[in-house]
Design a protein around this ligand. Structure first.
Ligand code: NAD
Length: 495
């Protein structure tokens, strides 16, 4: 077994297995693609090379599907729920004992060290949570007619293609892998091309330190070519996708034109935050700061549209500006910095493009930020615009960067709700008030999959996560996600 992945927190350089590429059937394999591609992964804080990754091609998807199909028929098939439970617990333990290296791999993607550490803790918790389901996948029994006994049972779906986005690399993978394994499936994971290292290390660790049979979990680094090969593969029965709406549509089309595999789509958002005048502004400022600026705004739930009740704008803005001025922007391998870099040059240029467009449109007032930080690394200053026009790009598009649009203030709850809901997205929303009836009305009427009240961004393995409208279909996490990874079979016996 080749050496594992480590990043040196002082120098930023890394040690890697002699070959970093497709991880199939328990080991790294050279790609089967006739035109092999490598991707240079740069640390976005320093723009220095971390490692060259050998990307998979569609031929590797074919190979991984064969391996995953064989694994479905192998010893894994006979693993009882209890045994799968123990495997999931052992996965959690392995991650826990490598928490430092995994944290550094995530921090090397530009994410502040403390946030990266919380991510890995969430991964551990997720596996422990779903371990508890592995031996409790029960059906129901039915009293239909005399002499008939009817019941349901849950069967694994089969080979699952899991495709993730770059912003929470191992967390998003865990949200899908843990329930998929708990339900007895086999897996082909395709991490985002910008951030594949923690997923590859995870695959290697699990193969080395747990009893999960080889071939149950395969990891294919790569981009669109690998993703679309997974989506349209006839041997894959399920595709769970996290990413943008544009690609989500391709996933739906690919599933539709191949074998009608079932799909889960976890897509983007333009989440509204509603602050009523009775809320404790000091608390709200901290929550709003985290809602939009954690992970430098590269968060599907980023609270990017802020609606303040008339009368509190100036006070609120003064406090939020002061909070923003406290951030320490810098190298995320060093825990003293709490604000990092965007994941790569493309993402950096995309976000900078919004500043240009905002200037041209002239429909909003820049309060703070709106520019690059320093001259090296993909750092963008935390940015706030106010009096943002409802039809402007800043109000409509998902920026996926550290940019808060403070909308024009609202006067009534009806107005706040109407404007908050005026978006095709429906992922998350936040409400701050001490008045329970106002909170309850917002909970009922906000068209989002998640609503947080007097807090934000709190995900738990217990709770289903996923959007409505154009933010997605289906759920990650919670008991609801078991439906994504099982087929319910109905049985009737004449007795
Ligand atoms: P993206 O859609 O560009 O890429 C997501 C994944 O899809 C990547 O692994 C990519 O390689 C792959 N891909 C690209 N083309 C494909 C194709 N034709 N077929 C199959 N797969 C393909 O998204 P991104 O830039 O990585 O992430 C940002 C987006 O993800 C944002 O919109 C964000 O809101 C969303 N997101 C949603 C959630 C959620 O849980 N709802 C969580 C994180 C991110």
């Amino acid at each position: 077994m080749s050496p594992t992945f480590t990043i040196n927190s002082t120098t930023g350089s890394g040690t890697f297995p002699h070959f970093v590429g497709p991880f199939i059937d328990g080991s790294f394999q050279p790609t089967l693609s006739p035109s092999p591609a490598t991707r240079a992964l740069l640390n976005p804080c320093s723009e220095e090379l971390i490692v060259n990754v050998n990307e998979a091609g569609p031929e590797d998807v074919d190979q991984a599907v064969k391996v995953a199909q064989a694994a479905l028929k192998g010893p894994w098939k006979d693993f009882t729920g209890r045994k799968r439970r123990d495997i999931l617990l052992s996965i959690a333990n392995v991650v826990e004992s490598h928490i430092k290296d995994l944290t550094l791999l995530e921090a090397a993607c530009g994410k502040p060290y403390a946030e990266a550490r919380l991510d890995i803790e969430e991964v551990i918790e997720c596996f422990r949570h779903f371990a508890g389901f592995a031996d409790k996948l029960h059906g129901q029994s039915f009293a239909t007619e005399e002499n008939l006994k009817s019941y349901t049972l849950r069967k694994p779906v089969g080979v699952c293609g899991l495709i993730t986005s770059f912003n929470y690399p191992l967390v998003l993978a865990a949200w899908k892998i843990a329930p998929a394994l708990a339900c007895g499936n086999t897996i082909i994971l395709k991490p985002a091309p910008q951030t594949p290292l923690s997923s590859l290390m995870f695959g290697q660790l699990i193969a080395k330190h747990t009893e999960l049979p080889k071939g149950v979990l395969n990891v294919l680094p790569g981009g669109e070519a690998v993703g679309s090969a997974i989506v349209s593969h006839m041997g894959i029965q399920k595709c769970s996708f996290t990413g943008s709406g544009n690609v989500g549509r391709k996933v739906m089309a690919g599933a539709s034109s191949s074998n009608l595999k079932s799909i889960t789509l976890e897509l983007g958002g333009k989440s509204p935050l509603i602050v009523f005048a009775d809320a404790d502004l000091d608390v709200v400022v901290e929550d709003v700061f985290g809602a939009i600026f954690s992970n430098m705004g590269q968060n599907c739930c980023a609270g990017s549209r802020l609606f303040l009740e008339k009368g509190i704008e100036e006070d609120f803005l003064k406090k939020l500006k002061a909070r923003v001025e406290q951030v320490k922007i810098g190298n995320t391998l060093d825990p003293q910095y709490d604000f990092g870099a965007l994941v790569d040059r493309a993402q950096f240029e995309r976000v900078m493009g919004f500043f240009e467009r905002a200037k041209k449109e002239g429909k909003s007032e820049l309060v703070v930020g709106g520019k690059r930080h320093g001259s090296k690394g993909y750092f963008v200053e935390p940015t706030i615009y106010r009096n943002v026009d409802e039809k402007s790009t800043l109000a409509v598009d998902e920026i996926f960067g550290p940019v808060l649009s403070i909308m024009k203030p609202f006067s009534t709850i009806e107005e706040a709700l109407e404007r908050a809901n005026a978006t095709p997205y429906g992922l998350a929303s936040g409400v701050w008030t001490k008045d329970l009836s106002k909170a309850e009305r917002c909970i009922q009427e906000l068209q989002t999959g998640v609503t947080w009240v007097n807090t934000y961004n709190l995900c738990s393995s217990h709770l289903p996560f996923g959007g409505v409208k154009e933010s997605g279909i289906g759920k990650d996490l919670g008991a609801a996600s078991l439906d994504e990874y099982t087929r319910v079979k109905a049985v009737t016996i004449r007795v």
